[in-house]
Design a protein. Structure first.
Length: 323
């Protein structure tokens, strides 16, 4: 019995040393950072912002690979099924991780079992925008016209179960209005749809919306943080416009295939956090209306769980149906 335990300990120790050696020699070739949304989308912008300093830090190219489709679920599934060798990572928003498992009947991956958290990257307020041609100037105006034109106004999102979708469903419930949901592949497509008159409103990240807001083509009515957002102090929070407690913050994170060696995940997480917290990257993220965060894998795992608990309740209360 004693010899068996010694042998098991020796094998375990050898495996640990092998993993440690593997992590030290990693990476030996380019790393792929899969973004399950199209070029120009908010996740794509932030992923490319960190890819270059990551490449410099790791000594290998970090290639952003856009795999849009199904509200981010397509590319997320690609990473979930990828070889867990430390050369494929996922850069995504919360939708494919938190709400897709609650709302999609055809999901081909399990984000809890098949993906390993690496780091929370950034957070952002969502901005409620409407078509400037709609002729509303305030949130109260928008609610009034939505009630007058019940069921005749459309809103866009980046997919069923996305933050943009559920934020509007939560607001619909709170405001007592009826809007029709129209999903798109990414926020650039949502913007184009509003400008073309196909949809009239959307919750979206400011980095995509603010250019059109400044150009006068979209009108911003408020933000989804509990108080005014530090990056957008000129816009009131919905929580102070008659909807106390209303909060729907977007976030972006990096994950890996679940069986990726833990030493690699830990090293990649440390490199990410260092880069995310650097003055240069923090400033660039703020320029995109994002707050740089950076976290240990365990903190991201905790966030995913708490978000799933929160939005499962919203889904039930709003009567959002699986697709």
């Amino acid at each position: 019995m004693h010899r068996r335990r010694v042998l098991q300990a020796s094998v375990a120790g050898a495996a640990t040393l092998a993993l440690g050696s593997f992590a030290q020699s990693w990476p030996a070739r380019p790393i792929k950072l899969v973004v399950p949304f199209p070029p120009g989308s908010s996740p794509d912008i932030i992923a490319r912002l960190i890819a270059e300093p990551l490449a410099q830090s790791l000594g290998q190219p970090v290639v952003v690979d856009n795999r849009p489709g199904a509200g981010g679920n397509l590319g997320t599934g690609v990473v979930a099924k990828a070889e867990p060798d430390g050369y494929t990572f996922l850069f995504t928003i919360q939708g494919p991780l938190v709400t897709a498992p609650l709302l999609s009947k055809s999901l081909n991956y399990d984000p809890i079992k098949e993906l390993a958290p690496v780091s929370l990257v950034a957070t952002s307020a969502n901005l409620l925008v409407v078509d400037a041609k709609l002729g509303v100037n305030t949130l109260a105006d928008f609610v009034l016209i939505a009630k007058e034109r019940k069921g005749k106004l459309n809103y866009g999102s980046v997919g069923n179960g996305s933050a943009a979708h559920l934020a509007m469903e939560l607001f619909k419930t709170r405001a007592g209005i009826d809007l029709v949901h129209v999903p798109y592949q990414g926020f650039p497509q949502v913007v184009n749809a509003i400008l073309a008159g196909q949809v009239q409103a959307a919750f979206m990240v400011p980095g995509i919306a603010m250019g059109q807001v400044k150009a006068g083509k979209l009108r911003a009515l408020g933000v989804t943080t509990m108080g005014r957002a530090s990056s957008l102090p000129e816009f009131p929070a919905l929580s102070e416009l008659g909807y106390p407690g209303f909060e729907a913050v977007s976030w972006q994170a990096v994950l890996a295939p679940a069986k990726t060696p833990r030493p690699i995940i830990d090293r990649f997480s440390r490199e990410l956090v260092r880069i995310i917290k650097s003055d240069d990257v923090r400033t660039k993220m703020l320029g995109q209306y994002f707050s740089a965060v950076g976290s240990a894998p365990e903190a991201l795992a905790g966030l995913i769980k708490s978000e799933r608990d929160k939005w499962s309740q919203v889904i039930k209360a709003a009567g959002v149906k699986p697709e």
